[in-house]
Design a protein around this ligand. Sequence first.
Ligand code: HEC
Ligand code: HEC
Ligand code: HEC
Ligand code: HEC
Ligand code: HEC
Ligand code: HEC
Ligand code: HEC
Length: 396
Amino acid sequence: MNIASNECSCTKCHAGYGWTDDSFNFSDPGSVDCLICHADPALYSKRNNRCGYPDKDVDLAAAARSVDLPGRSNCGACHWYGGGGNNVKHGDMGNALASPEPALDVHMGGLDFACQECHVTDRHRISGSSTTSSVSEGVVACTDCHDPRPHDAASPLLDQLNDHCDAVACQTCHIPQFAKADATVTLWDWSKSGDQDKLLSKTENREAYLSREKGLLVKEKNVRPFYDWYNGKHHRYLKGDPVKPDTVTCMNPPDGDIHDPAARITPYKTIYGVQPADALYKYLIVPMLFGDGYFRHFNWLRSAEQGMTAAGLKFSGDIRFVGTCMRWRVNHEVAPAKDALSCLDCHRPDGAMDFTALGYKGDPAATGGRFAAPHAEADFSGGHRAFSAGKNFMGP
Ligand code: HEC
Ligand code: HEC
Ligand code: HEC
Ligand code: HEC
Ligand code: HEC
Ligand code: HEC
Ligand code: HEC
């Protein structure tokens, strides 16, 4: 899905006043909406189909008087509702972060951090790299504030955790589950759209329903992440890139593998999709959804013609639905330390992690870490293990 042809709704968040079509001037500072980040969100808001302008009933004078440094709900006005609803897209970013318990998020809960406490902002450059967009104003890392070996080195067992930090990201152990307060979408099948809305099944942690506009949606709560190697880079599907019709095309797989000293095992949310593609040209279709688009006429052919013209891509007139997958890094909803993954959560059969899929011969506590000498022994007594080559690569 793409912004082209959907400007007036998408630009509620894809920022700026009056982005109605592709003639929007991104360099005009007068189009920057200051109030969305600086006014009290209870007094200032935006709706769909206003092309980035605020709601008609907003009292602009009152909103202007409320100006302050951004609170979590200011950033959340856009970041909590991406993908069409609360917590839908990321799973670790929803409106429960407005006033969370520490059990949901130790930093925004107990410690009441604003977003920019971690996303340090200098002259409006908000730091933090995204999983999908290539814009980045510097990275944010747990180790911006915490020691890279944060666990008590005097305890042999806890010192083992420090050794793990070369191969395992902090988030992996400290965010054992996400979407703890509200469910997040994990499957989105557009090919099933067009029929009546209908609830298909519902249990405490999983709900499947048909939406006339969006198709089959599965939402899950208390989701365990998928783990993969990540070295700071992601590959990205760009408009017009080829899709493989018979397999699932991953839109943004992370870079790095077990042999890459810069890569660490990192937690992800996965969302599987079924999306329209051009059967002849074999790339994804950019459909027009809003306005006179699919959500009005429920005709994929028409919405593809409308959207592809706006996106400047050739359309053969032949649509085929293909499987896609997206990965989102999980960085929020850090749990209290006592709930972190510990030794036996991973080092047991059917533990949290599929070691073989990650490239190990078996459980590394038995077969050795990635840069250890071939035969290391399992040692849960906490003795100091041999210095692994990994650290030399990592530098200080
Ligand atoms: C409620 C706010 C909101 C609306 C409305 C919205 N977006 Fe987004 N979108 C975001 C945010 C925030 C991001 C940045 C990444 C993130 O936090 O998810 C984003 C990122 C994206 C990306 C980059 C890839 C990705 O999935 O993150 C695409 C593509 C995108 N949006 C398309 C659209 C389209 C098309 C529409 C209209 C149909 C739309 N967005 C409407 C908030 C919104
Ligand atoms: C995307 C959100 C966002 C938008 C839009 C935004 N700001 Fe900010 N602004 C911030 C953040 C974050 C800070 C840093 C707050 C902190 O340090 O705690 C900030 C800080 C400021 C400060 C304090 C001084 C400084 O530069 O650190 C001023 C003044 C300010 N903004 C004015 C504006 C004006 C005027 C606009 C519109 C042209 C605007 N902001 C638009 C997020 C935003
Ligand atoms: C008006 C909607 C809106 C508001 C409010 C907003 N953002 Fe964003 N933010 C976006 C969109 C859209 C993107 C994706 C930009 C892109 O891909 O071009 C984004 C991207 C980001 C990124 C990813 C890095 C990047 O530069 O793409 C971070 C981090 C971020 N925002 C943090 C914040 C913080 C912190 C605040 C509050 C101070 C905030 N945002 C307020 C819409 C918003
Ligand atoms: C305890 C620190 C912390 C706080 C508080 C925090 N974040 Fe983040 N956030 C991170 C880290 C770490 C990353 C990964 C950034 C990177 O790799 O550069 C991240 C990533 C992001 C991204 C990129 C997501 C992606 O994968 O595409 C967005 C958007 C974002 N944060 C928005 C927010 C918003 C909005 C808030 C407040 C509601 C917030 N963050 C509060 C630590 C924090
Ligand atoms: C292999 C899993 C694992 C990794 C990787 C990991 N931690 Fe931990 N961490 C734990 C466990 C388990 C505890 C609780 C230890 C205990 O019982 O006191 C903990 C405790 C903590 C505490 C509380 C410390 C204290 O003394 O009370 C902090 C802070 C912390 N970790 C931060 C981090 C940071 C930052 C990183 C990345 C540099 C990280 N952790 C990497 C598992 C891990
Ligand atoms: C802006 C600074 C900052 C960033 C960035 C940050 N933290 Fe923290 N964190 C703190 C502070 C301050 C505390 C409270 C004092 C302490 O326990 O160290 C804390 C506490 C913790 C605790 C202990 C919670 C408990 O139960 O006592 C854990 C675990 C933790 N952080 C993990 C992380 C992880 C994982 C990340 C990255 C996603 C991260 N932190 C990013 C500042 C930060
Ligand atoms: C989040 C999952 C996870 C947790 C929790 C965890 N481990 Fe591991 N462990 C791993 C991974 C992955 C490796 C491989 C690291 C590498 O490649 O360097 C590993 C490696 C090891 C090794 C082999 C080290 C070597 O280089 O030969 C031992 C021993 C070990 N872990 C013991 C422990 C102990 C003791 C704890 C608790 C204090 C623990 N693990 C907690 C995932 C985990």
